[in-house]
Write a protein that binds this ligand. Structure first.
Ligand SMILES: [Zn+2]
Length: 359
């Protein structure tokens, strides 16, 4: 069913690569929603600056316009882990003479929320628990008596921005805000974004918070490296699951907001078995791979973590523990089908709304 992977799509310039999980996820989900794939190109427009004070973004964030690109390098995808490092350089000015298909906008801007916009902000006294404001906006889980993070609100906020942009006729930014919304929606289907850890694990490590945080981050990041490598290897079940899920979500005609709680609950329920397998089969390797990450060290933790990703990938694929890998593949496929279902529902809703179609 998966005809081709994003990295083989001749319609996508090499300058936009290498490709990351969020882009693969959006790409395959869109294949299940042909009415979006067939929409005519829209003209690039400047950012309508719809932000209100309730959702501040990092002042150093700059909107890049990938429609205007210059290919300057060819990075090796198997060792590329930094979203900001691409084969191309992009314009900071909107190339208003250019136009682009809505589906491409949805794909190429889907990693934007993981760059600067949500970083370095002062959002909540407890944001340390999620490693800062970025994690706070991309996660939501419960601890006894507390709700940590605000990912559902990040999603809803960007849906509102998308609607507003379409209303004022700025369709280009309508799709770009929708791309960001899709990012948060995909995050909410990721078990590690909606549950901290199995309670048994938390209790066992209560006395050594530092070790616990290190282990949690090694397991979570390691799992993300594994899924990204699978996409880049062209692992067909992932693409198929997203296409199938998106088709179902589209056909259901359901409202994505009404389905959100159930979706988060399902992702939450999936955490314990994956977590246990990762700890048992890959834990020591992952903890070694990330051993050099030092939150008190001079450089940015995210950058330090990325530097260890190649080692983490080796833990999964060098001498694969075939049975454990097969299990991980199966549960991840199931997760991606659910993510696809929600994305399909979301995209189909926008294709139906007049704002998504008329010019
Ligand atoms: Zn995210």
């Amino acid at each position: 069913m998966t005809e081709r992977f994003l990295h083989d799509d001749p319609g996508m310039p090499a300058a936009w690569g290498p490709w990351f999980s969020h882009e693969y996820i959006t790409y395959f989900a869109l294949m299940g929603v042909p009415e979006i794939m067939h929409l005519k190109p829209v003209q690039v427009m400047p950012n309508p600056r719809l932000h209100d004070g309730r959702f501040p973004i990092n002042p150093d964030h700059v909107d890049l316009y990938k429609e205007e690109y210059r290919e300057v390098r060819r990075l090796d995808p198997s060792i590329s882990f930094d979203y900001a490092q691409r084969n191309g350089e992009f314009s900071t000015e909107p190339p208003v003479q250019k136009s682009i298909e809505p589906w491409k906008i949805l794909v190429i801007y889907s990693t934007e929320p993981d760059l600067l916009p949500d970083c370095g902000l002062d959002l909540h006294p407890y944001q340390k628990i999620t490693g800062g404001s970025h994690g706070w906006r991309h996660m939501q889980f419960r601890l006894p008596g507390l709700t940590i993070g605000m990912a559902p609100e990040s999603f809803c906020h960007h849906i509102r921005l998308a609607h507003k942009a379409f209303e004022i006729g700025n369709h280009y930014w309508g799709w770009r805000f929708l791309s960001r919304a899709a990012h948060y929606l995909a995050d909410l289907g990721h078990p590690f974004h909606v549950k901290a850890a199995p309670p048994v694990f938390l209790l066992r490590h209560l006395l050594s918070a530092r070790r616990m945080v290190h282990m949690l981050s090694a397991i979570h990041t390691g799992y993300e490296v594994y899924s990204e490598q699978r996409f880049r290897q062209g692992f067909a079940p992932f693409g198929d699951a997203l296409i199938t899920g998106a088709g179902e979500g589209r056909a259901s005609g359901a409202d994505v907001h009404a389905e959100l709680d159930g979706y988060i609950r399902r992702a939450r329920r999936r955490l314990n078995p994956i977590f246990r397998l990762l700890v048992r089969r890959f834990g020591p390797g992952l903890i070694d791979a990330y051993a050099s990450v030092d939150p008190g060290g001079g450089t940015d933790v995210a950058a330090q973590t990325r530097a260890c990703s190649a080692d983490a990938a080796r833990v999964f694929f060098r001498e694969p523990d075939i049975r454990s890998l097969a299990y991980l593949d199966a549960v991840t496929t199931e997760i991606l089908e659910d993510v696809g279902r929600m994305l399909g529902m979301l995209f189909a809703g926008f294709a139906r709304a007049p704002a998504g179609r008329t010019r």
